[in-house]
Design a protein around this ligand. Sequence first.
Ligand SMILES: Nc1ncnc2c1ncn2[C@@H]1O[C@H](COP(=O)(O)OP(=O)(O)OP(=O)(O)O)[C@@H](O)[C@H]1O
Length: 328
Amino acid sequence: MNPDEIIVLRGLSKIYEPTPGWMRIFARTHLQETVRALDGVDLTVRAGEICAIVGPNGAGKTTMFRILVGLTTSTGGAGHVLGLDVDRDSEQVRQVVGWMPSEDRSLLMRATAKENLQLHGRLQGMPRTQLAERIPHVLEMVNLGAQTESVVAGLSAGMRARLRLARALLPGPRALILDEPTGAVDPIAAHGLLTLIMDLVKQERLAVLISSHRLEEIEALQSNALLLDRGRVKYSGDLESLRREWERPELEFGLDDPQTANQVAELLHGQGVSVTVDGVNVRCRPSEGVGSVLTKLGPLTPLVRHVRETPMPLRDLIAEVYKRGDST
Ligand SMILES: Nc1ncnc2c1ncn2[C@@H]1O[C@H](COP(=O)(O)OP(=O)(O)OP(=O)(O)O)[C@@H](O)[C@H]1O
């Protein structure tokens, strides 16, 4: 085992079986068909690395997190944290994985920040002496030292998110699982929270899995990404390689007059490139590079006054991975 590889998933799968007929009488909701929530997922997260888990609703993100914190078991493949098997050694895994759930519902609103951490620590089986030492430390780590005795109901959404992070850090974990950490937080507080997470990852050499629907946040984290779709991996790797592989920059060709712009647009359209015309500018997102598009313009090429290339926003890039992946 490589000691730097903190989270290792190999072919991890989870199938939810249909609810048996006799159980449907008791179950409030029941499953009619088999659901493949995770289908052969491979992933390695090393110490000091952040991996963003991205996917539409139902992609399998929560199921992966639930397996890692021992709330459910896998039905195929294997998952290890620091060499511990997530199914067989779930008790020990919970000691080394900090879990930050997406909502505040798990916080006691009328208790203080310190009381919340005490209760959580006791439920996790942490000795009182260890808690007395860890609580001030983790509150300082998330810049909530001054709020130690504050009642949670009086804290801002950003502070509550940091308290949930402090709770995840309480046992001194080597891995963190952050489920939509900025979901309920305003953009400024979200930026502060993400900066804090990035600093912690560096200082403590934590391996972090994070889910977020806010793709611009993932870019700011400079993380790796695992794109999931119906339980299967669409892409796994760093964002730079994702760009190299999938980037289709927008090209803008500037012409002298609208008439020439329309001629260029028609020519490209005739060659299967979808274009928009905005006055003297023609824009398109071709699958080939600038050179081959210019060649396609033939006698109109010398009339092009400027070419501007704009990189795709991460949101569009990821949408492209899902779209193109579907057609293959
Ligand atoms: N306890 C369960 N029993 C049956 N099916 C489940 C259960 N939990 C999740 N599923 C199904 O497994 C699939 C993956 O769900 P999961 O909640 O892991 O996705 P997700 O990516 O977290 O989605 P979201 O972004 O909506 O939270 C979905 O089809 C879901 O309906």
